[in-house]
Write a protein that binds this ligand. Structure first.
Ligand code: PLP
Length: 387
């Protein structure tokens, strides 16, 4: 793969296809932070970026367990890292997927949020006695930019009986939750831990695993998150009451926070109309969240400098919805033929792209410079409060 000192050097080649600048070193730095700083086990949520380079970079930083959500993710990760520990944490799975995961890929960790799913897991694994089963609890998504509490999760009042039933069949029983993606509030983690404790007390079961899920934020314009250490400290502190169980473990499943800084996208300006720039990728491509959620990714011009103005972007497809409101700040004289770089696209970027209108092809190059910004600069290492 081609290597460049910067996206500007890459743009000098005037690519016609969108190019991802990948920065594996940024992903490895993030993974090292979790490997050193999280007082428990970290599972990388593969859905955030399933590309081989990202998996390798995560593992190079010391995170070698994976949260997988489909049989395809399982096959890919198992083929790449033989014997890696995989946790199938989708609460509603195809029975055939569970069976293949268990029999062919050594998966022993599954999540569930209903009695029906528990029975499905028991059937698909032939009543296996070596399972770690995590009950997914519904918790508030307060403070999260992408809520994750409507589709999955047992209600706190239903969780106790499900925990008891799970205890009957599992070798190890866990409780998992997700506070929502891009969570801006460590208090939400604290609240979720309290709900988890409540469910466990009502159930009267001893828990082997508490899994705080993902949701750890990245930095985007207008979304400067509290330090990651604050989330980890909340989880670690509130994990203490669970420690009555011998060998009980604290887990997390970060996706976004591990890979967001690891890629940017170099795009060409195909046209300008007023302060709207027509780019060669958009909402149906890697910029879904810029369009559908109105996220303002960081941008910079690779072609010019000077007084700036605010722009809206359009993507290349024929659809009006292929619009990204922004505003995105670029030099006021930005013109067709210019190149712009859009940062923080390592998470939920390329993996969200469609083939709509025949678009969705990307080139890829390694950039050795720093990402747009990093939340891992300062020494934010968290002490291993809980071993
Ligand atoms: C079960 C589970 N774990 C982890 C993640 C990763 O979340 P994030 O990228 O916000 O860290 C998700 C995201 O949807 C998820 O559903």
């Amino acid at each position: 793969m081609a290597r460049y000192d910067s996206a500007r050097q890459l743009a000098a080649h005037k690519p016609d296809t969108p190019v991802f600048c990948i920065r594996p070193h940024a992903v490895t730095r993030a993974a090292r932070w979790f490997a050193d700083g999280f007082p428990g086990k970290t599972y990388y949520a593969v859905k955030a970026n399933p590309e081989g380079w990202a998996l390798d970079a995560v593992r190079a930083g010391g995170v070698s367990r994976f949260d997988v959500a489909s049989i395809v993710e399982i096959r890919d990760v198992a083929a790449r890292f033989e014997g890696a520990e995989l946790a199938f944490m989708h609460p509603i799975k195809a029975e055939a997927a569970i069976a293949e995961a268990y029999a062919d890929h050594g998966v022993r960790i599954f999540s569930l949020d209903s009695e029906a799913e528990l029975q499905k897991i028991v059937r698909a694994t032939g009543g296996a006695k070596d399972l770690t089963l995590c009950v997914r609890l519904a918790v508030p998504s307060d403070g999260a930019h992408i809520p994750l509490n409507a589709k999955f999760g047992a209600h706190v009042l239903d969780a106790p009986s499900l925990l008891q039933a799970t205890r009957q069949v599992a070798q190890r029983t866990g409780l998992a939750f997700h506070v929502g993606s891009q969570s801006m509030s460590p208090a939400a983690t604290a609240r979720a831990m309290e709900l988890a404790q409540d469910a466990v007390v009502r159930a009267g079961v001893i828990l082997d695993v508490v899994d705080v899920g993902g949701g750890f934020p990245a930095a985007y314009p207008g979304m400067t998150p509290p330090p990651l250490r604050a989330y980890v400290e909340e989880a670690a502190e509130r994990f203490e009451p669970f420690l009555s169980a011998v060998n009980s473990e604290l887990w997390c499943e970060p996706g976004r926070a591990l890979v967001a800084e690891g890629a940017s996208l170099v795009l060409k300006v195909e046209a300008r109309r007023g302060n709207a720039l027509y780019l060669n990728d958009g909402t149906y491509g890697a910029l879904y969240d810029a369009g559908a959620l109105g996220w303002r990714y960081p941008v910079r011009s690779l072609s010019r400098a000077g007084d700036s103005a605010e722009f809206t972007f359009y993507g290349p497809t024929c659809d009006d919805a292929d619009r990204m409101e922004g505003p995105f700040v670029l030099p006021a004289d930005t013109a067709p033929g210019d190149y712009v770089e859009i940062g923080q696209l390592g998470a939920y970027g390329r993996c969200m792209a469609t083939r709509f209108n025949g678009y969705g092809d990307y080139m890829e190059a390694v950039c050795t410079d720093d990402p747009f910004g990093t939340i891992y600069q300062e020494d934010t290492k968290v002490r291993r409060a809980v071993q």
